[in-house]
Design a protein around this ligand. Sequence first.
Ligand code: 9WN
Length: 451
Amino acid sequence: MTVTLAGPAPTAAAALTLRRGAARVLIENWTGTSTVPSRTLYPHQWSWDSAFIAIGLRHLSARRAQRELESLLAGQWADGRIPHIVFNPAVPHDAYFPSPDFWQSSHAGRSAGAPAAPETSGIVQPPVHALAAWLVHRADPAESRRRGFLPRVYPRLVAWHDYLRTRRDLAGAGLAAIVHPWEPGMDNSPCWDEALQRVDPAAPDAFQRADLAQGHPADRPTDLDYGRYVRLATDYRQAHYDDRTARHRFAVEDPCFNALLIASELALAGMARDLGTADAPHTARADELTRQLVTRLWDETAGLFRVRDLVTDTLVDERAVTGLVPLIVPHLPPDLVERLREALGGPHFRAPSSRLVPSYDLTGPAFDAKRYWRGPAWFNTAWLIQRGLRTHRLWADADRLRHGILAEAGRSGFAEYVDPTTGAARGARPFSWTAALTFDLLCADPEESTP
Ligand code: 9WN
């Protein structure tokens, strides 16, 4: 499935081959109700994956894209949370760890409102869903209206944002906090290292990883990381996933997570207008979130957004791609947009052999070109950043990144991520969101990204 794109922009023939390849991945990874991120490493439904996948699927079948999001929403809890995994009961328990018998959602999560079925995890992932639902609607408004898509999903997405604004505003300052390194979707980013030092890892014999049967150990988080992930999830489960009583040893405010909340709040405003209800509460929330994002997470000296550790109430001294994703926020002050643009082209993020954006500072002490979110370049973050560049009308930068994404997707066979120093494909292949976002870039109207 390797497609070579020689020039900066794909030729019509190369684009067609790439488009066909991407469509094939989406078709092969479709289970009948949703899409697995990868047939091997990730055999269930993941929350932010499904949102990115729906963004691509909408060009193939708007109806299937709606189903992708609605099957995820079938796992939503009564407190509003959208769990990070919705488990497929047909998949054997040992195919992925942690499996449903670890999370025990229908039992341990009952008081927090977990459904009796399907089984889910108890944590969340970044809120890109409302943005995805709005883009899915706009791809085929007639089909969306015929199926009553927006009236069905809008109240659920509002409940999801309400959960994040109330139960997850742990600092009381307006931003949503995350309580597990799997929640920002960037599992082993060096941004979490310091906070994780406070967590005693679970004993290695208390759990059995399934990822190493598929993934290369050099590409994956370490056993020590996993011990800490297990400890944090076990503590949360023992608190019945109740955010009012759980005491979190790991609690941080993440720029990418909150930037996506802002973009999605603006998508809710669009849906509200379409449905003839008030959009002002959503735009007011997006404005307030933007103010808090800048006040609490912008680092003027570094020229990018940082993660805030809520236990020490300090900014984490690491540069990572999460700090660049807020480019998707439309009402960011122009001088911040310019600093982020400079950071993208500067020594910390301009990768020598990949045209994507590395997940972590190329010059940083923890940089590791192969290990997951400690350096490798991912396609979803590049897609978000190119969308952000377009939002701020930085067309040339956006086009460059778009062409880079297409070239790397083709060259890598729709890899999960690439080594930014050699360009080598790493992780699962083919990976669904890489295919979906490639498909989107080949089909979407670029003007769609402007607010
Ligand atoms: C844990 C599915 C998910 C992505 C995350 C990515 C990875 C899981 C794992 O895979 O995380 O949720 O097992 O490593 O980090 O972003 O959603 O593709």
